[in-house]
Design a binder for this molecule. Structure first.
Ligand code: 5GP
Ligand code: ZN
Length: 114
């Protein structure tokens, strides 16, 4: 899967609609189309990175921004205090469906471990 066909690259390029909650040069956050918690947002680098195995190709500042934006989005959506989970599904056993690195921000109810 390259950048032309990648769903999240298309969202980052504005070719596919998404409910964007945070937009900046190198990082984008939007609501998961199939939200599994009252707050379920995906935070992505605009640069196509398939998985954690490729994270070294991201500039350090962008890798850091993924975490900062996760925290900012949680606060913006009202779960900064109540708490939230930040999750990366990486590879088959984790059920990774979209091979463009993304952080799930899940909150608004008790989020347990699987
Ligand atoms: P994962 O790869 O981490 O297992 O899951 C990918 C996530 O992306 C799923 O939670 C799924 O609901 C979400 N998703 C898949 N396609 C789209 C889409 O076109 N738009 C949005 N907003 N979310 C999507
Ligand atoms: Zn992509």
């Amino acid at each position: 899967m390259d950048e032309r066909d990648c769903i999240f690259c298309k969202i980052a390029r504005g070719e596919l609609d998404a409910e964007v909650v945070h937009d900046e040069d190198e990082v984008l956050a939007f609501k998961d189309i199939n939200g599994r918690a009252p707050v379920h947002v995906l935070v992505i680098p605009r640069q196509h990175v398939a998985s954690l195995e490729e994270v070294t190709s991201l500039p350090e500042r962008v890798a850091r921004r993924l975490f900062e934006v996760s925290s900012e989005v949680a606060a913006k959506l009202g779960v900064g205090e109540s708490g939230y989970a930040v999750r990366i599904n990486n590879g088959p056993d984790a059920g990774q469906e979209i091979f463009h690195l993304h952080l799930h921000v899940l909150g608004g109810e008790s989020i347990g471990m699987p």
